[in-house]
Design a protein around this ligand. Sequence first.
Ligand SMILES: [Mn+2]
Length: 141
Amino acid sequence: MPTPTMEDYIEQIYLLIETKGYARVSAIADALQVQPSSVTKMVQKLDKDEYLNYEKYQGLVLTSKGQKMGKRLVYRHELLEQFLRLIGVNEENIYKDVEGIEHHLSWNSIDRIGDLVQFLKEDDLRLEQLRQIQRNEEEPE
Ligand SMILES: [Mn+2]
């Protein structure tokens, strides 16, 4: 199993390749706000663990194992963002909160949250009822 840090790298590399077609060490460093030397080190570890193939000066490509993992990690991040947004979490908290929790949930919990997101989206009345509870809980003026 990849560590949380490895997950962050695989997630970002997958996103960069998806949006730009490639993932340079400098772009990964920018995205994760770390030093390029740390990226090089981690990329070598991910290469050793067969998540990607890295050739100095030639860039890197995800293996099928890395692609599969990247796809799951991006799905997980997007699902959790969607979940927090649906339950009414303030927009300014969403990204940071997802970054805080995403590595610490089992895939079992992720799947059940996926069910709940589906449940809430299937019928507008369900979301409306949730909003009603939230309005009732608000402090009176
Ligand atoms: Mn993330």
